[in-house]
Design a protein around this ligand. Structure first.
Ligand code: PEP
Ligand code: MN
Length: 283
C-alpha cells in the first residue's frame, strides 16, 4: 500500500493523462476538446430527436439526456425512465453519437449501462459509495459530477471508489458549487479545472449549464472552461427552452448552441486544442 491517500486518481509520479476511448473514434482526454450536448431530460420523441439531430449537425460529438432525473422536489418531473432509455437508444443510433445518461440508484445501473456509453453519476449522488461501486462494475466509463458542496478532495475520493473497483475509465465533472449569491444557480469553480489537471490524470469535463443556471451566461463560461483546460463540455440544449420540463432557464436553443460552437472552435484552436470533429465531416 502506498502513502498516497488517493493512489489511483493521483497524477503523482509523472503519470500520463488518461484517455477514454468511446465508439465512433471519440477520445475524451485526448488532444481535442469534446462537446457533449443535449436536453436536461428526455421529454418526448420529437423533443429528443430535434435536440439530438440539432446538436449533432452543429458539432457535438456526444449526446446527453436524462431518463431518470434527480430533482430537488419530488413533485417536479422525474424523467420518463425506461421509455426515455428506449428513445435515447434510438437517438444514439440515428445520430451515431455516443450517449451519456444518469443512473440514479443501484437498481438502475444495469439498465442504464445497456443503453449508455458513459454512465453519469449526478451531483446529489457523488458521495453514494454503494452506487459508485455498482456503477464502476457495470463495464462502462463513468462521468462523476462534483457534489454541489463537495471539496475537490472529496470529489477525488469519490473517484477512488470507482477506480478501486477496477474501473479506470473515470471522468470528473465540475458543475458548480453552492455559493451565497443567488444571482446564479451555483458558482462555477473555474479554478477547479487547472487544479484538477495538477492533482489527477483523469479527464476533466465542465458543465457551465448547471454551474450558472442561466443560458445567457453559458457561452462565456463555456469559452472560459476550454481556455482553462477542460477536456470536454457538458451543455444543456433544448429545441424549445421556454417549454422545457426541467432546467429550461439554463438550456441553449439550437441556434444558440450552433453559434456557441463557432465561438468555441475559435477558442479551442487559439489554445492549440481543436474541437473534436467527426471523421469525414470536414468541420
Ligand atoms: C444533469 O446533468 O442533468 C444533472 C442533474 O446535473 P447535476 O447532477 O450536476 O445537478
Ligand atoms: Mn439539468
Amino acid at each position: 500500500m502506498t502513502d498516497d491517500p488517493r493512489p489511483l486518481t493521483s497524477r503523482a509520479r509523472g503519470r500520463d493523462r488518461s484517455r477514454i476511448e468511446l465508439p465512433d473514434g471519440l477520445v475524451l482526454g485526448g488532444e481535442e476538446v469534446v462537446l457533449i450536448a443535449g436536453p436536461c431530460a428526455v421529454e418526448s420523441e420529437a423533443q429528443l430527436f430535434a435536440a439530438a439531430r440539432g446538436v449533432s449537425a452543429a458539432g457535438a460529438r456526444m449526446l446527453r439526456g436524462g431518463a431518470f432525473k434527480p430533482r430537488t422536489s419530488p413533485y417536479a418531473f422525474q424523467g420518463l425512465g425506461e421509455e426515455a432509455l428506449e428513445l435515447l437508444a434510438r437517438a444514439r443510433a440515428d445520430t451515431g453519437l455516443p450517449l451519456v445518461t444518469e443512473a440514479l440508484d443501484e437498481q438502475g445501473v444495469a439498465r442504464v449501462a445497456r443503453v449508455a456509453d458513459v454512465i453519469q453519476i449526478g451531483s446529489r449522488n457523488m458521495a453514494n459509495g454503494a452506487l459508485l461501486r455498482r456503477a464502476a462494475r457495470a463495464g462502462r466509463p463513468v462521468l462523476l459530477k462534483r457534489g454541489m458542496a463537495a471539496t475537490l478532495d472529496e470529489l477525488l475520493h469519490a473517484a477512488e471508489y470507482l477506480m478501486v473497483e477496477g474501473n479506470a475509465q473515470v471522468l470528473l465533472c465540475e458543475r458548480g458549487i453552492r455559493g451565497f449569491d443567488g444571482s446564479t444557480r451555483f458558482v462555477f469553480d473555474l479554478t477547479a479545472i487547472p487544479l484538477l489537471r495538477q492533482l489527477t490524470h483523469l479527464p476533466i469535463v465542465a458543465d457551465p449549464s448547471h454551474a450558472t443556471g442561466r443560458s445567457d451566461l453559458v457561452p462565456a463560461m463555456a469559452r472560459a472552461a476550454i481556455a482553462a483546460g477542460a477536456d470536454a463540455l457538458l451543455l444543456e440544449v433544448h429545441p424549445d427552452p421556454a417549454h422545457a420540463l426541467s432546467d429550461g432557464a439554463q438550456s441553449l436553443d439550437l441556434a444558440g448552441f450552433a453559434t456557441l460552437v463557432d465561438d468555441l472552435r475559435t477558442v479551442a484552436e487559439a489554445i492549440g486544442r481543436p474541437l473534436a470533429v467527426r471523421s469525414g465531416s470536414g468541420r
